[in-house]
Design a protein around this ligand. Structure first.
Ligand code: PGA
Length: 258
């Protein structure tokens, strides 16, 4: 049975460990007293804060993830972090193939695939991101782009539905304030699930969590979480404002309970 996953992606924020700590404490204080039932909460701070945030969230309801990893285990790869290093901090998740990594840092589906293999091998749960650009949407190639990214990113992967998360993030909706309509996001997430069925088998597809990401806000979350194919949200901007992030969690909980 799938749960709802609310995952914050802090990107290159905040600017100091003090602020990262404050944000975490604000979220923690508000959600730890709640019965979260089937809502899983994840925060993904910049890697340099992971050890600190992991310690702060020990025995709390907040789980932690990284925003990237490298696929090699060790060696001459200046500036990179291996899955083992990330695992060593105690975190459980890693976001892979985010559109900012793809467009700004030149990450390809093949690299995302290698990183997904590496994460699964060492027991980090990858949150694999896929999504079309505005140009691709306008030219009618959304479905083909998303399916191709999924097929390539998951090439030769074997996983059960609990060890893998997919995030559908239309690039044009990320950080723009423009959200994809809930119905359309649900349709694409359904398409992703169908494709997962072909790649990993039907029982895995049914169990795999598929998140929506792109300008998710407290005002949009309820409709999004009511959709049958959307199992949570990957949230950038609103995850940096403790009150907004907590409101998103509360509204998700209300949908789960209704
Ligand atoms: P946003 O970012 O919520 O600020 O649009 C989402 C993401 O990049 O994962």
């Amino acid at each position: 049975m799938r749960q709802k996953i609310i995952a914050g992606n802090w990107k290159l924020n905040p600017s100091s460990s003090k602020e990262a700590k404050e944000l975490t404490i604000q979220i923690k204080e508000k959600i730890d007293s709640k019965e979260l039932k089937k809502v899983v909460v994840i925060v993904s701070p910049p890697a340099i804060y992971l050890t600190q945030i992991k310690e702060l969230t020990e025995n709390s309801k907040i789980k932690t993830g990284a925003q990237n990893c490298y696929f090699e285990e060790k060696g001459a790869f200046t500036g990179e972090l291996s899955v083992a290093m990330l695992k060593d901090t105690g975190i459980e998740y890693v976001i892979l193939g985010h559109s900012e990594r793809r467009t700004i840092f030149g990450e390809t589906d093949e690299m995302v695939n290698k990183k997904t293999h590496a994460a699964l091998k060492k027991g980090l749960i990858p949150i694999v991101c896929v999504g079309e650009t505005l140009k691709e949407r306008e030219s009618g190639s959304t479905d083909a782009v998303v399916i191709s990214q999924l097929q390539k990113s998951l090439k030769d992967i074997s996983s059960n539905g609990k060890n893998l998360i997919i995030a559908y993030e239309p690039v044009w909706a990320i950080g723009t304030g423009e959200t994809c309509s809930s119905e359309e996001a649900n349709r694409v997430c359904g398409l992703i699930r169908e494709e997962l069925g072909r790649i990993l088998g039907l029982s895995v597809a049914v169990e795999t969590h598929i998140l929506y990401g792109g300008s998710v806000k407290p005002s949009t979350i309820t409709e999004q979480m009511k959709q049958s194919q959307i199992d949570g949200a990957l949230i950038g901007g609103a995850s940096l404002v403790a009150d907004d992030f907590v409101e998103i969690i509360e509204k998700t909980l209300a949908v789960v309970e209704s």
